[in-house]
Design a protein around this ligand. Sequence first.
Ligand code: PGA
Length: 241
Amino acid sequence: MKVITVKNYHEISIKAAQLVADQITNKKNSVLGLATGQTPIGMYQELINMFKRGEIDFSDVITFNLDEYYGLSPAHPQSYHYFMWDTFFQYINIKKENIHLLNGVTENIDGECQHYEYLIQKNGGIDLQILGIGDNGHLGFNEPAIGLHSKTHLVNLSEETIRANSQYFNNIQEVPKQALTMGIGTIIKAQKIILLASGRKKSHVIERTINGPVSTEVPATVLQLHNNVTVLIDEEAATKI
Ligand code: PGA
């Protein structure tokens, strides 16, 4: 894994946006895997700035989001569908038909997951996957477990994740208990992966991700097995490595 340590969150955002822009410059119809959460927000803002300056063209870009809460409709303000439009898609020239998000209110879970895998393959696979990381080492919503699912699937969220994400809801009872997520296999099939982490509270899990044994207890450690991973972190997240 290539580890790039920059000074602070702002620099992570600038560098990550630059890496995404380079990808799109090299391949106009790149397939991007996208993440939600606090961490990539600055990167999305910087990509919007680059778009406004005419430095980047999303007209042929195709996206697949990592995950979605199960039970939240696309219109729900805490859905990842809503987050992506609110934070990013509405400001750029991406085509609506090129955006893919899992349907959190599907009545056919298996069909939805299989179709998502099919669409990723049909579009040639993911060229560049952006990832955040949970404090517990989850990627997407692949939570620490005895075994990890390879493909897109329905997952029960861990108590830690429900607690961490309750900050976005009125109370902890409102946090969905399940989610649809790309599997670990879906993620590591991406050609290139960039993992973003900022702040001291991520320093422990970053240390385990980079130096720890590969273990399903820290799903992010599987990234050690991939041959093109960039871990882009700030000085605070790097304090334990
Ligand atoms: P965060 O979430 O970017 O809000 O820290 C990351 C994650 O849980 O995957």
